[in-house]
Design a protein around this ligand. Sequence first.
Ligand code: BV8
Length: 243
Amino acid sequence: MFSARLIERLTHANSVAVLTGAGMSAESGIATFRDPGGLWATMRPEELASMDAFLANPELVQGWYRHRREIVEEAQPNPGHLALARLEAMLDEFTVITQNVDNLHHEAGSQNIIELHGNLTRNYCASCRRPADDAELSIGHCPICSGLIRPDVVWFGEMLPEGAFEAGLQAAVSADVFLSIGTSAVVYPAAGLPLAAAEAGVYCAEFNVQHSAIADRMDEVVLGPSGGTLPKLVEMVATGRGW
Ligand code: BV8
């Protein structure tokens, strides 16, 4: 399943960075974006995850995010999320760089998390930027300035949160090992992180159920659901580190 090289490197690593995508949460029952039956399979991203879509039809977009938030609130971290939190506890430096907006890494106990695309459990007013709760997302308008309430996620065409990508890039290129987990690696600038790590000579492994767009740039690809492969990996590393 995974090479002795990967176990060896993780056993002796000081610093590890991981990039996670929707596949990380598939086994928590949250649909991915581009797999058959995924969120985008029935609609195009531009239709819902963009400022244009929001301004054109705010009720539709607000309702979609409220629906996704309800799904996320029911979802639990899966053994893959828990394995990453366990691995973090063993290492001096560990960074979870996530594209996911489902809050599951936080709920799993991971500490050092960079949210590249925001977090679905937060909303704010698009005009005065005051934080808003889900009830206000349902009502749709800010009680202070009557602006539109939106989810705190990064839409297509929007900049990532200030400094998030830069922090993720720094973690990726300075790691001893970089894992790209459950991402199709088609969304930029996030998908540039595994490539930057590979360029910097970091040992890179992809964990996916199929080869992603960047698989051939990785040192190895571990095929299988991450909820199964990550706990096995971490168990072997824990043994190697005497944990
Ligand atoms: C920006 C939040 C600067 C909202 C999301 C042309 C070329 C290159 C780039 C572009 C281009 N045209 C436009 C761009 C830029 C654009 C982009 O990259 N577009 C792509 C689609 C071509 N990027 C942007 O707009 C970004 N901003 O560039 O700002 C800028 C600003 C202004 C003007 C110019 C430039 C902002 C991107 C953020 C968009 N927001 N989400 C929401 O969630 O509603 S993106 C969305 O896709 C999610 O965040 C998601 O995480 C992300 C990536 O998808 P994945 O996570 O990889 O999920 P996917 O379903 O694709 O894949 C799942 C994978 O899991 C699969 O590989 C599958 O095999 C695997 N899997 C399934 N089950 C399992 C599994 N693996 C393991 N175990 C399992 N059990």
